[in-house]
Write a protein that binds this ligand. Structure first.
Ligand SMILES: *Cc1c(COP(=O)(O)O)cnc(C)c1O
Length: 394
């Protein structure tokens, strides 16, 4: 089977041609240390400044508000731990987040609980949205920080970020958002949306793995996460990942320039996938249809296991992901699917397909040809499905 259809762009993306071409000279010719004073060092420094400018522009920030990091996970850790530890000195030791954040946020919050912070984990509704009034009601005198993701990585729901930002600004509480999935798919304006800190990652937007950025609004003080040299305005030591930072700048520019056009194209492909997969009996769409990433499809198929589905899709040249065991090696279904109220059995049989810039209608048609057959085959072999049949449930 020669055909390969990549539908896992929320896991990672291919480095774009433009990004790759922008990077190469900084690996081969202009490889200087950005802190060095001779020519190739200064060139490297200038390239980082330019990348910082591009990242800032894409989210309507100032370039001195952008800090380069090693990944989205580091950005989340730094924003949350850095703000929490700084504000703890002023007696603020309460954090608000949601139950369905990425583990980069959830595990960071859990680690802060061990340091003595108190964390409120807001529930989400059955469609997968955080309620701004829940955020407002959870804010206390000693709240240091609210951290709510911009868009969920499993079910693609886009959160009411501007509303939450407004509430936090009015209540003088810091607001951080993990925008790793939203960047490049939703037009973001940190000023209009009252965002104080925002995390993003290169490899989700066609830059390489191992580079990210954190936006920190001017005037917001957070503790350093890594100590070392004077890089990143004395806030994050370590010789800069030059070529990847250049790549991230190019990727942000590329994502920003073609955003509406790309989103319009992907929305059509997404809806074709959703509408046709829902024609398979006993399926459900996870996450609301309104305010949903143009890239995200998440469907549960009753009576089957996501693992088996992924294996058979792989045999047919289709790469997707599932809301079950694979990430942790445990048998627990996804915390996101449980958060929106799915029963364990149904959560296990779910499939996430995530579209990207390079997907075509032929890709979608091929997936729609393969998936119904695979589901039928798995159901025919599934004891759970047989049992449901005997009970007259299906
Ligand atoms: C992928 C992802 C991250 C982690 O980013 P890395 O660069 O892989 O560390 C964090 N949050 C969300 C929502 C993600 O999708």
């Amino acid at each position: 089977m020669d055909r390969f259809v990549y539908l896992d762009n929320s896991a990672t993306t291919k480095v774009s041609e433009r990004v790759f071409e922008a990077m190469v000279p900084y690996l081969t010719e202009h490889y200087g240390n950005p802190s060095s004073i001779y020519g190739i060092g200064r060139e490297a420094h200038a390239a980082i400044d330019e990348a910082r400018e591009k990242v800032a522009k894409a989210i309507n920030a100032k370039s001195r508000e952008i800090y380069f990091t090693g990944c989205g996970t580091e950005s989340d850790n730094w924003a949350i731990k850095g703000a929490a530890r700084h504000l703890a000195k002023k007696g603020k030791k309460h954090i608000i987040t949601s139950v369905f954040e990425h583990h980069a946020v959830l595990h960071t919050c859990q680690s802060l609980e061990k340091e003595g912070f108190e964390v409120t984990y807001l529930t989400v509704d059955s469609e997968g949205y955080v309620s701004p009034s829940d955020v407002e009601n959870a804010i206390r005198e000693d709240t240091a920080l609210v951290t709510i993701m911009y868009a969920n990585n499993e079910i693609g729901t886009i959160q009411p970020i501007a509303e939450i930002g407004k509430i936090c600004r009015d209540k003088k509480v810091l607001f951080h958002t993990d925008a790793v999935q939203a960047i490049g798919n939703v037009r973001i304006d940190v000023q209009a949306e009252n965002i104080d800190m925002l995390s993003l990652s290169g490899h989700k937007i066609h830059a390489p793995k191992g580079v990210g950025a954190l936006y920190v609004r001017q005037g917001v003080v957070i503790d350093n996460f890594m100590d070392g040299g004077a890089q990143e305005n004395n806030k994050r030591g370590g010789t800069e990942n030059l070529a990847s930072i250049v790549g991230l700048g190019a990727a942000m520019e590329e994502a920003h320039n073609g955003l509406e056009e790309k989103a319009a194209k992907l929305t059509i492909l997404r809806d074709k996938l959703i509408d046709n997969l829902l024609k398979i009996p006993h399926t459900r769409l996870n996450g609301g249809r309104e305010n949903r990433l143009c890239t995200n499809v998440n469907i549960s198929f009753e009576g089957i296991e996501g693992e088996g589905l992924l294996l058979l899709l792989d045999l047919n040249g289709i790469a997707g992901s599932s809301g079950s065991a694979c990430t942790s090696g445990s048998l627990d279904p996804s915390h996101v699917l449980l958060a929106i109220g799915l029963e364990h059995g149904i959560a296990h049989g779910s499939l996430r397909l995530s579209l990207g810039r390079y997907n075509t209608e032929e890709d979608v048609d091929y997936a729609l040809q393969v998936i119904p057959q695979v589901v039928e085959r798995l159901r025919a072999m599934s004891p759970v499905w047989q049992e449901m049949k005997e009970q007259g449930l299906v």
